[in-house]
Design a protein. Structure first.
Ligand code: A2P
Length: 279
């Protein structure tokens, strides 16, 4: 018979803020994406980021384990019942060296407190919206590109993505291609998909149809000629920047040169820059 004084023993301790991995896709030896369950109470605005991670190794002396967390842009849109993330794999990276091995059914830690600047609320109304990404900086745009508001608010969306190699463009290219067949978005995007959405992928270290850094291609005017749009202006253009630190700073300078002003949640303006760095 059961004694009243017995304390139930848990078979295995569960992680704090645990979510379960539902899908993992590897793109290159440096890039992968995964999906996981979403806490029922978690709300966010497309473009925001959260802290995610795994339990760290036990401390050599105390044996204590602490969560190892990093800021990750949510790549899925706010209406999606799951969450998606797009990540780099760094061989000696404290988190990504382990995160890259996660499998369906594994648990990750997710602190359900989304924040961020790459949100529609931080921009004034405009005609054309530019998404400027390098590498895994495409992640917040993967969210915003699946957000109906993006197409309701703007006549034209231009996505530039600069990567070292062609394989690094796959995640973004597949996602944009899938938009064409999305029923929900099809209704808001309407006819003339490629008139409304202009995709401009470039590579810098492997041969592809368009080579070069987007910054150089804009300075020379080549990007504007290819895209058949005038250079950015504060009257018509809005922009979001997400890439490596040097890229973010260089592009920010360029946009200021076109007369665009940086916005924030509390002060919507013409452009915003990601404040969470993925590595
Ligand atoms: P590059 O190959 O000329 O360095 P990374 O993988 O190092 O984060 O870089 C991702 C992409 O961003 C690469 O194609 C890289 O080009 C490009 N890049 C790096 N720094 C800048 C910058 N300051 N301006 C524009 N593109 C950049």
């Amino acid at each position: 018979t059961q004694s009243d004084t017995q304390t139930p023993i848990k078979a295995s301790p569960t992680l704090p803020d645990a979510q379960t991995v539902t899908q993992v896709t590897h793109y290159t030896d440096r890039l992968f994406s995964f999906r996981c369950t979403r806490p029922a109470s978690m709300r966010f605005r497309s473009g925001e980021f959260v802290m995610i991670g795994l339990m760290g190794d036990p401390h050599p002396e105390t044996g204590k384990q602490r969560p190892l967390l990093r800021a990750y842009s949510i790549a899925s849109p706010s209406w999606d019942e799951e969450l998606e993330f797009y990540s780099i794999k760094v061989p000696d990276g404290p988190l990504t060296s382990r995160l890259q091995h996660i499998k369906v059914g594994d648990e990750i830690i997710l602190r359900p407190k989304p924040v961020g600047t790459l949100v529609h609320d931080a921009l004034l109304p405009g005609k054309r919206l530019w998404f400027f990404a390098t590498g895994t900086g495409f992640a917040p745009f993967a969210s915003l590109l699946r957000e109906p508001q993006t197409y309701v608010d703007y006549d034209e969306i231009i996505i530039t993505h600069t990567c070292r190699e062609v394989g690094e463009l796959t995640y973004g290219r597949d996602l944009i291609e899938a938009l064409k067949h999305d029923e929900l978005l099809g209704e808001v995007i309407g006819d003339g998909f490629w008139k409304k959405i202009k995709y401009y992928p470039t590579t810098t270290r492997e041969e592809s149809p368009k080579m070069g850094r987007i910054t150089d291609l804009m300075r020379s005017g080549e990007a504007f000629a290819d895209l058949e749009v005038p250079p950015l202006s504060p009257e018509t253009d809005r922009a979001m920047i997400c890439g490596n630190l040097a890229f973010n700073l260089e592009l920010k300078d360029m946009l200021e040169g076109y007369g665009l002003v940086e916005g924030a949640n509390s002060n919507p303006q013409h452009y915003v820059v990601e404040k969470a760095f993925l590595d």
